[in-house]
Design a protein around this ligand. Structure first.
Ligand code: ATP
Ligand code: MG
Length: 343
């Protein structure tokens, strides 16, 4: 692995969890969390005098058994929040102790930029395929338990290469990544807003597609395209690829958001596919992106952080080791109720 000297590695960008949040998650008091930490000889880093939890602490503290998954953020409609969702869900999972690999296959390289990684000197997907470069040579460690395979504009030829070389789209990702899959609890692939061979290959490799929908008048169209593209792949490859959708840039007070929920719920194909958690619209997202951070890089409370936390727990089935403790924050639960009532 190329240990990353170049990304913004360091405590500043590393996903974090407050001790209060850990206590809420474990269903115990803050004092009991401190006792647990001490008993396990875990020493938390601090900002000022405020101790917090990072991936290296969360893993032995929570001892969660993650349900391993490969998830591709994918929908042809651009700008709905694929990269934002993939990044924040990955960082949130990491804050619970998960080992995560982010794979950027979008030639725009937005996920790569989000981690301030300069892909110029790094092998990217097209190099693994064309040059036979080992995938481990392209893995950048962004922060403990959080790795990235970067992308740059050269990946724009991926679709052509996969087609010209007549590569087996069902196997190509597996063959490239098989040596590292076991190293991670979760692998997230950030796809471009297109439906070429590279996205098909990612779709055939993943366990689940995650598609953010926006509450605008194009949401129904986005959903329709997603359904037909997955059906095409299912038919062609005799598969039944699972996909889940969630509402991003949601605003509880707008008719458009209500309409979007109604569209999703009224669609019989969406049964069991619509995640209950919606992510609200919030300035925190562009602000965090601008600072090359995720919402989980700081301990600052925010509604968007609550939303992504609830979404991550729902999507990745992260549950408190104490079955009777509350798995989601109060705010997220009340929003779930609001969505259910909106139906
Ligand atoms: N919940 C949100 N609230 C506010 N802004 C958001 C939210 N989610 C995403 N955004 C903003 O929307 C824009 C598009 O998001 P993002 O880049 O994640 O979309 P994308 O689907 O990956 O786009 P593309 O199709 O180009 O890859 C970005 O400016 C991002 O900051
Ligand atoms: Mg994107």
């Amino acid at each position: 692995m190329a240990s990353n000297e170049q990304g913004q590695s360091g405590l500043d960008v590393q996903p974090k969890m407050s001790i209060n949040k850990a206590a809420e998650f474990l269903g115990i008091s803050v004092q009991a969390v401190h006792r647990k930490l001490k008993a396990k000889n875990l020493v938390c880093p601090k900002i000022g005098n405020k101790a917090f939890i990072t991936q290296e602490i969360a893993r032995p503290l929570f001892e969660l058994k993650f349900k391993n998954k490969i998830i591709a953020g994918q929908i042809v409609k651009g700008g709905t929040g694929k990269t934002t969702a993939i990044d924040n869900i990955a960082c949130c999972a990491n804050s619970f102790g998960a080992k995560v690999l982010l794979i950027d296959i979008d030639p725009q390289g937005n996920l790569t930029d989000a981690h301030d990684v300069d892909a110029d000197e790094l092998p990217v997907l097209v190099d693994f395929i064309q040059e036979g470069i080992k995938v481990s040579d392209g893995i950048v460690n962004v922060s403990p338990g959080l790795d990235l395979i970067a992308s740059r504009i050269e990946n724009v030829v991926l679709d052509n290469i996969l087609m010209l070389k007549k590569m087996n789209l069902e196997k190509v990702f597996h063959n490239i990544f098989k040596s590292v899959i076991k190293d991670y609890d979760f692998i997230f692939i950030d796809c471009p807003p297109t439906m070429g061979a590279s996205v098909t290959a990612a779709t055939l490799f993943c366990d689940l597609i995650l598609a953010p929908l926006n509450p605008d008048k194009f949401s129904a169209k986005g959903l329709k395209i997603l359904k037909s593209e997955v059906k095409n792949i299912d038919d062609q490859y005799d598969k039944d690829i699972p996909y889940k959708v969630f509402l991003n840039k949601f605003s509880g007070n707008t008719i458009l958001s209500d309409k979007a929920i109604a569209t999703i719920i009224a669609d019989p194909d969406m049964e069991g596919r619509a995640l209950q958690t919606a992510v609200r619209y919030g300035q925190e997202i562009p602000n965090a992106t601008d600072a090359n951070k995720s919402l989980f890089s700081s301990l600052k409370k925010s509604t968007l952080r609550d939303d992504f936390e609830a979404l991550t727990m729902e999507l990745l089935e992260i549950k408190s080791p104490r079955s009777n403790s509350r798995a989601t924050s109060g705010k997220a639960s009340s929003k779930k109720r609001a969505m259910e009532e909106a139906v």
